[in-house]
Design a protein. Structure first.
Length: 124
């Protein structure tokens, strides 16, 4: 079986940069999450930019969360509550704007599934 070609380190650097920028935006906008973007950035950086991976995993605030996610798939309880509250707020807004009923049901179903998945992750 032929081996799959690997993606270029440049590709992973670009992905890491995009997600670091999104994470930085999330640090200042309450409706945009920070940590999930930084987890993706660290995953991309680990494939093509070890320096950035080290910076992210050694960050005093976000580093331990990234490391716990990598090691155990753990999500802190405060992050779980914030994520679920954000989904609840988003679904409430969705019910107040004029969109097709199928879209409301679909989005709510996805949010319930994601919320349950988040809640079942370990916390430490």
């Amino acid at each position: 079986m032929p081996s799959r070609p690997s993606l270029s380190p440049l590709f992973w650097k670009l992905v890491a940069i995009v997600f670091v920028v999104l994470g930085a935006i999330g640090a200042f906008l309450p409706i945009v999450p920070t940590v999930p973007f930084l987890i993706v950035a660290a995953a991309a950086a680990s494939r093509g930019w070890p320096w950035l991976d080290d910076k992210l995993t050694s960050h005093r605030r976000y580093g331990p969360i990234i490391v716990r996610w990598r090691e155990r798939g753990a999500i802190p309880r405060s992050a779980k509550l914030f994520a679920i509250a954000g989904m609840l707020a988003g679904s409430t807004v969705l019910w107040l704007v004029p969109v097709p009923p199928w879209l409301r049901v679909t989005v709510l179903s996805v949010m319930v599934c994601v919320g349950l998945w988040i809640w079942t992750r370990p916390e430490r």
